[in-house]
Design a protein around this ligand. Sequence first.
Ligand code: AMP
Length: 118
Amino acid sequence: MMSEENDTIFGKILRGEIPSDKVYEDDDVLAFEDANPAAPVHVLVIPKKHIVNAFDATEEDAELLGKLILAAKKVAKEKGLEDDGFRLVVNNGAGVGQTVFHLHVHVLGGRSFAWPPG
Ligand code: AMP
């Protein structure tokens, strides 16, 4: 079964096994609305390749990792965040809050954010 390769909820979304509210897609990347938004704009950008998190990424993934940020920029512009800006967050490991073990970039905007993060 294919699913043993990516038995995460985002793997299921990529395979169309569960629905998502798609915001952007190309050959390498998918962006969809976060199901439990933490801000007025909260979109997740993921690589179609299963990378667990930054620890799992290699030099081979360099271009793909860049594409995630470029897709995040597209999403942010489409969501009208050019004036106010947006925050990108990647949680790497359960200890810092990663709950889905398929690399994802949170695109957050539409409110103010504390710095440093809590
Ligand atoms: P993290 O805690 O960084 O691993 O983020 C996982 C994110 O995935 C959370 O913000 C969840 O709200 C979101 N999430 C979990 N399941 C789904 C789903 N089926 N569709 C969209 N977002 C989801």
